[in-house]
Design a protein around this ligand. Structure first.
Ligand SMILES: [Zn+2]
Length: 433
């Protein structure tokens, strides 16, 4: 059996559902491997059971360290909905089955295979290579990368980070696969919106009902669609695809942003949720709370909004726009979380190296930069000026995407074995080996 397949199966048997995470078990899994390979490592425990591990191969120091970043924790698997044991690590029908196979224990094993390959070769890379498996990515990274930056910043001396975020898609274009390299992600800004008013009896409405005021404000907010904003990464993504997607041909000829917007609008793609989220700041009202009795006018009402901002957007400016749309001074707004989106450039030697290796392994595939809609640990590095690229050299169908945070998550042996070989070549190329 291929070493990567055997290791992933074992890794998937470790339940690192966050919460509670219990990533220490995943840390022990890696520590045992490093012990057997005589590789030094460090364990960082943010809290009981909430651990991360790093191991370093010394390089010549010609360039700043390359970090192979992955997270140990996984999201909840509702066992009764699955057709197999989410923590069984079962190998069957050419697949390795289990929660985390795609997000992201599978990639963690690919990175490990590349790390071990360099270690076993006894060659000296042109820069340190750091394997870093962290806790708590799925719950904001507070006990993972955030903890490490707060308490052990010297350990995070990265010059380049490879992480989750990009992947291959077989069926996006009509006639060839696309390999996405994630170079940016939208920034999470969560808002708490609340309103207060006099209580009263439900039989005597007084016109200042806190819940009704809040609902009216939210209604006004929902009536406005945030405008289309074409960021560099999205324009570059469509530019790469223009020659292979019929409806993009006019954009392929003139490369003008207004032509791209016209193409996307006329094709109707602009109103699909995925494409719309790539082109707009988004607002999603996900929590609302008020009142407990049908005959009592509530004195407070609150809602929580999940705002995702495009690269280059200012949180405070967007908050001002939201205030204007709520159009009621009695509605108070405050940030629960506030974040700015930073991207990594694509005109770098490292990006081109990654792109070249991917091109060699996936001939015919189009490589394109990608704006991730969700958040990953890459943001902690990007905001500190370190380039981070999401590289997961595995091919999926659009349908496969549903397994991420969904049910019956699995990865094919082919994807895992190929991906490990690609990772080895990417790391070697980045480290002049
Ligand atoms: Zn993930």
């Amino acid at each position: 059996m291929h070493e990567a397949v055997e290791l992933l199966s074992k890794y998937l048997k470790i339940n690192t559902t966050n919460p509670p995470g219990n990533e220490i078990e995943g840390v022990r899994f890696f520590a045992d491997i490093f012990d057997a390979e005589n590789i030094d490592y460090k364990i960082f425990e943010a809290d009981t059971g909430r651990a991360s591990i790093s191991a370093r191969l010394k390089g010549t120091g010609k360039e700043k360290p390359l970090f192979l970043l992955n997270h140990i924790d996984v999201v909840l698997a509702e066992k009764e909905q699955w057709s197999f044991d989410p923590f069984g690590g079962e190998i069957r029908d050419g697949f390795i089955h289990g929660r985390g196979a795609i997000d992201m224990k599978g990639q963690g094993i690919m990175e490990l295979m590349a790390f071990l390959e360099v270690s076993r070769s006894k060659q000296t890379p042109s820069r340190d290579i750091v394997f870093l498996a962290v806790a708590d990515e799925e719950a904001s990274g507070i006990k993972g990368v955030q903890y490490l930056f707060d308490n052990h910043p010297d350990e995070l001396d990265a010059g380049l980070v490879l992480n989750e975020g990009g992947h291959g898609i077989i069926d996006m274009l009509p006639d060839r696969p696309v390999m996405l390299i994630s170079t940016a992600e939208k920034a999470s800004n969560w808002l708490h919106v609340s309103c207060q008013g006099p209580p009263g009896h439900g039989s005597v409405p007084h016109g200042q009902n806190a819940l009704e005021r809040l609902v009216r404000g939210l209604n006004r907010l929902q009536k406005t669609t945030p405008p289309i904003i074409l960021t560099d990464v999205t324009a570059e993504f469509f530019k790469k695809l223009a020659g292979y997607w019929d409806f993009l041909q006019p954009y392929g000829s003139d490369n003008k942003n207004e032509t791209l917007v016209k193409c996307l609008t006329e094709s109707g793609l602009v109103s699909t949720p995925q494409i719309s989220a790539m082109l707009r700041n988004t607002i999603s009202t996900n929590v609302i709370r008020s009142g407990s009795k049908t005959n009592v006018i509530p004195s407070t009402a609150e809602a929580k909004l999940d705002i995702r901002l495009l690269p280059g957007q200012d949180s405070d400016e967007f908050l001002t726009e939201i205030k204007a749309q709520l159009a009621d001074d009695e509605i108070k707004i405050e940030f629960i979380t506030k974040d700015e989106s930073f991207g990594s450039p694509i005109d770098t030697k490292d990006y081109r190296t990654i792109e070249n290796v991917l091109g060699q392994h996936f001939p015919g595939a189009i490589t394109a930069p990608w704006l991730m809609l969700g958040a990953s640990d890459s943001r902690f590095f990007r905001e500190r000026g370190v380039n981070a690229y999401g590289v997961f050299p595995a091919m999926f169908s659009k349908e496969d995407g549903k397994m991420i945070h969904g049910i019956d998550e699995k990865i094919s042996e082919k994807n895992l074995i190929t991906g490990s070989a690609v990772y080895i070549d990417i790391v070697k190329a980045l480290c002049e080996l």
